[in-house]
Design a protein around this ligand. Structure first.
Ligand code: X90
Length: 276
């Protein structure tokens, strides 16, 4: 039996891609240039290009066929998408699941709406993989992962919300806060999968302590933490050190954002997924 765990590229896990895991790219579009968020994308080059470009930029989610291509050949599929409240990825994935089941009547597909993105999706992918490797049956994996998702969280710290606001993913009023140099917004993925701003802070240090106290208030006790950063490894490393100081045995991994998260989190942005 062939099992596949499929996610969209907002999970930043293209490095996890192998025979079981597959990442389906979103796209970043600017004028007549299109950046496909695959492992081959040079994120720095994209960010530099967007910075000097005059044209409007936007993003697009995988279409039904993109998902179907990733499902191809599988008997069991577990798909994880970016929040359905900010992207069409969940909806196109659900359509693909329906079509796939029709043309492969013996197959089983489940789509998890992460109501989040980035490192929280990463945690969900890892949990599915763990259960798949332990050979748990389909229904049980569905149940256990849905339960797991109740205790995973996503926090963010952003220097700019310009691309989020320009593309209608956050209100212009929230984005305006960040227009003042040095002001960061620290927030969380809300229960319904939208951006929930929590603090407006001046400077990186204050942002890190705000993140730390939000992590603790969500019941973190030394479990897994996955951090994705947009060109801000230093800050990611400092946060990891703060967490390790309190919880020396914590399991922390840091990785750079891929194209989609870099576009929206923008330079300096941090995304933190963790188990509460
Ligand atoms: O379908 C598309 O074109 C993709 C749209 C994605 C929009 C949101 C991306 C957010 C990326 C920003 C900070 C974390 C926000 C968490 C909210 C649930 C990362």
């Amino acid at each position: 039996m062939r099992i596949k765990i499929v996610c969209d590229s907002s999970a930043n896990v293209s490095k996890m891609s192998d025979a079981i895991c597959e990442s389906v790219p979103l796209k970043i579009i600017c004028g007549d240039r299109e950046f496909v968020d695959s492992p081959a994308l040079d994120v720095q080059d994209m960010v530099d290009y967007l910075k000097q470009a005059k044209a409007r930029s936007s993003t697009s989610c995988p279409n039904v066929q993109d998902w179907l291509n990733a499902f191809e050949g599988a008997d069991e599929v577990y798909a994880v998408t970016i929040t359905s409240n900010l992207s069409g990825a969940f909806s196109s994935c659900m359509q693909a699941a329906e079509e796939f089941r029709k043309s492969n009547p013996l197959s089983r597909v489940h789509v998890f709406d992460s109501l989040s993105t980035g490192p929280e999706m990463h945690l969900i992918m890892e949990k599915i993989r763990e259960h798949v490797l332990a050979r748990l049956p389909f229904e049980q994996i569905k149940e256990k992962v849905t339960e797991y998702m109740q205790r995973t969280h996503l926090l963010f710290s952003l220097e700019s919300l310009t691309n989020l606001a320009r593309n209608g993913r956050v209100s212009p009023a929230v984005a305006k806060v960040c227009e003042v140099l040095g002001i960061r917004v620290v927030g969380a993925a809300s229960d319904v999968g939208t951006l929930q701003p929590l603090h407006k802070v001046r400077g990186e240090k204050k942002a890190l302590s705000a993140l730390m106290s939000e992590i603790l208030s969500r019941g973190y006790q030394g479990g897994k933490v996955r951090i994705a950063h947009c060109m801000n490894e230093l800050s990611a490393t400092s946060l990891a050190a703060m967490i390790r100081e309190k919880f020396p045995a914590s399991n922390i991994e840091i990785r750079p954002c891929g194209g989609l998260c870099s576009f929206y989190a923008e330079k300096g942005g941090l995304l933190v997924g963790f188990e509460g």
